[in-house]
Design a binder for this molecule. Structure first.
Ligand SMILES: NC(=O)c1ccc[n+]([C@@H]2O[C@H](COP(=O)([O-])OP(=O)(O)OC[C@H]3O[C@@H](n4cnc5c(N)ncnc54)[C@H](O)[C@@H]3O)[C@@H](O)[C@H]2O)c1
Length: 331
């Protein structure tokens, strides 16, 4: 079986984790490293091996020997680099969020369609074993509640920069909206949100509470912020309800407690292996020439679910989501 040759642009902490995952998989090899700071690219080359490290971005995208490019840079370059990779004939794994605006997500989608190449959006929580188990136990929920509550983000980290990162609500909240939609099993029609900007120096919303109405009737509830991680729930916490049963996912979604009426609770546990599993999923779709399990439309929804919640903070009214997706005509 052939080996897919990969390169990574953005050789920081998550570029390193993807490199470690790729290096574990037969059929995949990480051969090229690119970063605006050459020493970051060199550091991964030295640790994991490969063919070259460079800060020459044009050279990297022009390398026709690469099959796949990992985009693990700051958020304001995700769309541009994904588009460049696709249009130069490479498949793409792009870290979350797909892009900072819906329009950029749509441009990425256009490049996917134009190039015929595959793009996978890296939403690792979908690949957590206990999340998949929860979907199996409650395939048709009536209500889903997702909480992503981090400790206070530093005022000056790049992800909190309005241009480079978009702030904590979008940066990490897109994980939460993606998994909320995934578990709800439908598409969000509209959202209403409260909360907003409380203390961050960037002036962006830092803690929000939003409800989503899904087209399959599911009621979704989302809390995202950086006020403080409660030890009881952990940073990632989800509850899923259906008539006569419920699932609670705690310990960063690695512990699942299943309750069914008149039965003793059952507890299942796993580890956080989502990132390795998403890399396996990408390799599988390349080998079998199937569609990626998480694509640009999923990326668009996760970004737009946050953007429209923020819009609702300002308008104090419910804001549409699916009608906007239809208007954007993203395929
Ligand atoms: N899936 C997850 O759980 C998870 C966790 C953390 C971060 N992330 C995502 O991973 C991505 C990277 O985050 P990180 O924590 O590794 O950040 P980081 O700061 O550790 O690394 C970013 C790297 O990109 C390089 N870079 C910056 N601008 C560049 C440019 N224009 N061209 C080329 N290289 C550039 C930097 O020099 C740095 O080496 C972000 O999208 C972030 O949201 C995902």
């Amino acid at each position: 079986m052939r080996t897919f040759r990969a390169g990574v642009i953005g050789c920081g902490s998550v570029g390193k984790v993807h490199t470690e995952c790729v290096k574990q998989l037969d059929g995949f090899d990480m051969v090229a490293y690119c970063d605006i700071f050459e020493e970051n690219a060199l550091s991964l080359l030295e640790q994991y091996g490969g063919e070259y490290a460079t800060s020459d971005i044009d050279r990297f995208f022009a390398d026709d020997s690469l099959d796949v490019i990992y985009v693990t840079t700051l958020h304001d370059t995700h769309a541009e680099y994904s588009i460049r990779a696709l249009l130069s004939g490479k498949h793409v794994m792009v870290e979350k969020p797909l892009a900072l605006t819906a329009e950029e997500c749509v441009r990425v989608g256009d490049a996917v369609n134009q190039s015929g190449k595959k793009l996978m959006a890296a939403f690792k929580l979908r690949f957590h074993e206990m999340v998949l188990k929860a979907k199996e136990l409650i395939p048709n929920p009536v209500m889903v509640s997702m909480q992503l509550m981090d400790n206070r983000w530093g005022d000056h980290i790049w992800a909190n920069d309005p241009i480079k990162g978009g702030g904590n609500i979008l940066s990490q909240g897109c994980h939460a909206t993606d998994i909320l939609r995934f578990v709800a099993g439908g598409d969000p029609v509209e959202t209403y949100a409260t909360g907003g900007h409380y203390y961050q120096a960037n002036g962006l919303p830092d803690n929000i509470s939003a409800v989503y109405r899904f087209d399959n009737g599911v009621a979704g509830n989302l809390i995202v912020g950086d006020a403080n991680t409660p030890s009881y729930t952990s940073k990632f916490y989800m509850q899923i309800f259906a008539e006569g049963k419920s699932v609670t996912l705690s310990d960063r979604l690695t512990t699942l407690t299943y309750n069914a009426a008149d039965e003793e609770p059952v507890v299942f546990r796993s580890t956080e292996a989502g990132m390795l599993e998403e890399n396996k999923a990408l390799l599988q779709c390349l080998q079998q020439e199937t569609e990626p399990p998480v694509n640009h439309i999923d990326g668009l929804y996760s970004t737009l679910m946050i953007m429209q919640a923020i819009e609702s903070l300002n308008s104090r009214k419910p804001e549409p989501i699916r009608p906007l997706i239809e208007q954007l005509n993203c395929r």
